[in-house]
Design a binder for this molecule. Structure first.
Ligand SMILES: Cc1cc2nc3c(=O)[nH]c(=O)nc-3n(C[C@H](O)[C@H](O)[C@H](O)COP(=O)(O)OP(=O)(O)OC[C@H]3O[C@@H](n4cnc5c(N)ncnc54)[C@H](O)[C@@H]3O)c2cc1C
Length: 492
């Protein structure tokens, strides 16, 4: 292998975009991917001609360069979707983003008054003393206790599997940032999707792009564009060992499913594999405190039961949040409402039932048939389908879908980050690579920065998507198609 090559671990959005950016800059790469399909968590699964995502994947970014890359890769295959999503709580559907009249009608007079009083109460007390150390406090101090209880608590605890008081407020500030109840109400009437500073409120965007055949289509196109210029993606190659000496990675060892090992060497290394695994794969192993910090990073796992239902239209939403506590089901996707081409037979509908679990939960080990049975039962219980309408089902399990933001995770991350800073030719990128709750765009951005750093830039990858809005994102320069690196503004 050419020693100038960059070895990229993982063919998800971060790894593929890093290789794509390197290609634009005239530099070579080889991607090593454990799976047999590209796209990582943003892949599209094809089950008997019906396509589905690992949870619906919206394409939305405030970073112009990311939008440019998406358009470049996918060309005319992008659709623009109007979002419709609702919350199901106690047999009522609530529009999400919340609309005051709809919310009042669903809650009834008594509960609405309760909501208003608890909001006013918290506004008065929080003017004096706002506590934001965990998710529960963060939300209550902005929305009041009653709204928190109805619209945040059950769903959030289903997703994370831990009490809201044990979740870091970082998650809220990253996901619900620049958003308040006042703005929700103003937006419900004005429908601008922007806050008082004119910023787009990410959590309530009403329009987004979506590839005609699901998000995997984007990443398959990207892989093909790379292959055309001899930047291959090697499938079924799981990196198990990363050998290093004198602050430099020398090579990585991969194991395929047959147990055969291959060593790949290169000049630079970009890793999007989960940070915990990456640290534990290093040889020699890092100092004890770094290994211990890595072992304390946690991940939430995810499972989707996908049902093909023999009904042309089941509900009009792209997805529904299931707040109802009596079912384990957290969210339901209706893939046909993302793109009509996601279903093979227009008379059917494909529903993606989303369950958030720990690998150690007993349901994780259940046979697919039993999980499908649970899915049908729960969907029937909440009144969405009848069991006799289900034609068939399938199950996809995804380990480490969510990096967990517990109350101590930043301490562990700092230890790991400062250790990794000592490496001259190793960068970590992406969602699990940085243990950051990133969407595709921020995952891609870290890949782009890593590629540009190899060609002489000086981007601090760990800062992406941390401080409210990483101040340079919107200004990210485009790379000229000629392939030479343009000077990139420095910051710090
Ligand atoms: C339910 C859900 C819904 C989401 N919805 C959206 C959305 O609407 N919009 C959006 O933009 N984003 C969404 N996301 C986030 C999006 O999926 C991620 O940001 C994105 O996929 C992260 O890209 P990545 O490349 O960092 O990681 P991944 O997608 O995890 O890819 C990492 C790749 O590395 C490979 N790998 C891991 N270990 C090894 C190893 N040892 N050796 C070789 N290869 C390895 C994996 O197989 C994988 O292919 C959602 C995520 C989830 C879980």
């Amino acid at each position: 292998m050419n020693m100038n090559t960059t070895i990229v671990i993982g063919a998800g959005p971060a790894g593929l975009t890093a290789a794509y950016e390197l290609q634009k800059l005239g530099s070579k790469s080889v991607i090593l991917e454990a799976d047999h399909q590209v796209g990582g968590i943003s892949k599209t699964v094809n089950f008997k001609g019906n396509r589905f995502d690992i949870g619906g994947h919206r394409f939305f970014s405030k970073v112009p360069y990311i939008n440019q890359v998406w358009d470049e890769i996918l060309e005319e295959d992008f659709l623009v979707c109007e979002r419709l999503s609702r919350i199901l709580y106690k047999e009522h559907f609530f529009d999400y983003p919340l609309k005051p009249l709809n919310a009042l009608a669903g809650l009834g007079v008594q509960e609405s008054i309760h909501v208003i009083f608890s909001y006013v109460a918290v506004k008065f007390s929080s003017q004096r003393k706002r506590r934001d150390t965990n998710f529960e406090e963060w939300v209550i101090s902005r929305f009041g206790y009653k709204l928190y209880e109805i619209f945040f608590k059950t769903y959030t605890e289903k997703v994370w599997g831990i009490p809201c008081s044990s979740i870091s407020s970082d998650w809220a500030s990253q996901r619900i940032k620049n958003f308040s109840l006042k703005e929700a109400i103003i937006n419900a009437f004005s429908n601008t999707g922007k806050n008082k500073n004119g910023e787009v409120i990410t959590t309530i965007i009403e329009q987004f792009k979506y590839p005609r055949l699901g998000p995997g289509m984007m990443w398959e196109h990207c892989q093909r564009a790379l292959a055309k210029q001899n930047n291959p993606t090697l499938m079924g190659e799981r990196v198990t060992t990363i050998n290093h000496r004198n602050n430099k990675v020398l090579d990585v060892v991969c194991r395929n499913e047959a147990g055969e090992e291959t060593t790949y060497s290169g000049e630079h290394f970009i890793s999007s594999m989960p940070l915990r695994e990456m640290i534990l794969a290093l040889r020699p192993l890092p100092p004890n405190n770094v290994v211990e910090a890595a072992r304390k990073l946690h991940y939430r796992d995810y499972l989707t039961v996908v049902l093909t239902v023999n009904r042309e239209e089941v509900f009009p939403d792209n997805w529904i949040y299931i707040h109802t506590p009596k079912v384990k089901l957290g969210r339901i996707q209706n893939y046909k409402n993302w793109s009509r081409e996601m279903v093979s037979n227009p008379k059917n509908t494909t529903l993606g039932l989303e369950y958030f679990l720990w690998e150690k939960d007993e349901e994780w080990e259940w046979a697919d048939d039993r999980l499908i049975e649970m899915g049908i039962r729960e969907c029937t219980e909440i009144g969405l389908i009848r069991p006799d309408e289900v034609v068939e089902g399938t199950v996809v399990r995804v380990k480490k879908a969510y990096p967990v933001y517990d109350l101590n995770y930043t301490t562990y991350l700092k230890t790991i980050e400062s250790y990794l800073e000592g490496f001259e030719n190793l960068q970590t990128v992406g969602r699990n690579g940085l243990h950051r709750y990133n969407n595709q765009d921020h995952s891609m951005l870290t890949g782009i920065y890593a590629a540009r750093n190899i060609l002489g830039a000086n981007h601090h990858i760990w800062s992406v998507n941390t401080e409210k809005d990483y101040h340079e994102e919107g200004k990210l320069e485009q790379t000229p198609s000629g392939g030479r690196l343009v000077p990139i503004p420095k910051f710090n």
